[in-house]
Design a protein around this ligand. Sequence first.
Ligand code: SF4
Length: 337
Amino acid sequence: MLAWYDTNARVLPWRGFHDAYRTWVSEAMLQQTRVETVLSYYGRFLSRFPDLPSLAAAPESDVLKEWEGLGYYSRARNLWKGARQVVSEYGGILPREPEKLRKISGIGPYTAGAIASIAYDVPVPAVDGNVIRVLSRLFGIRSDVTEPDTRRRIETLAASLVPAERPGDYNQAVMDLGATVCVPGTPDCSRCPLSACCDAFRTGGASDLPLLPKARPQKVIPYAVLLIRSEERVLMRQRTERLLQGLWCFPMLEGTFSMDGLAVQVQKKLHLSCSNVNNAGSARHVFTHQIWEMRLYTMSAEASASAPAGYEFIPLDLLSSLPIPVAMNAAISTMKE
Ligand code: SF4
């Protein structure tokens, strides 16, 4: 794997350093996100927060703002919380021991393994989805990889394979093999350095592995998104829910409404009398477990209207400084029209 890595490693901006902070940021960004997407965020994030103390010292909303569009915002919040924890508990330097790393906010077993092996040369595995796929095919593991027993078996195997020398390169080699050769669906076994010892290659059926339980269908939720203007201000709310926590959204009412019904609901739920209610189109946003089917409505509140509890009227020229999720993009475009 190391010989293969020496000639096939992907060239990525977070590689070639022994810098635990850079490894942490890159791994946080890469969770559930394509490398191509991360590339456009990583450099900017690093220039804004060049080291761990600068990240810890920043307000949470600045961190969310830099993360805007990357999704899965709990990663950004946990990274920020974790950075503050590292400053208070470890003087701003990430520890090298995986057990200590795992106790830091935002660092799970995979990230702990990645940081320890890549930045500190500690011979521990970093088991992510790519590694699970490669190992389940290589060893012909045909049981559900989300089951704890199977997971433990894969982790034990992974740990037994990490070499004492260049453990970080080895872990990255397996990740790269999973990302470029042993890909989901049909792997390109003809380019694989492991084909001579691969169970799935020998016996067939690689594309059926790893074995996963059937995904539950996403819940589709209809929303009315309300663009309530009061002069040069618009009503918004900083979310407290787990999904998109800390990000700013326009008021949303669950359900589908007629225009008249909507004005009544706005009065009832937000205690605002609004006029000029207009349909401003629709938008759809797909999250991992739910889909928002959004109908957008513009409406006007009185100039003297005060925001209901939990909401704020935000001056339009301040909108671009707030962290706003991609799910609100269509609504934001409507505001600019
Ligand atoms: Fe994956 Fe094929 Fe390589 Fe086996 S031989 S590890 S299935 S790419």
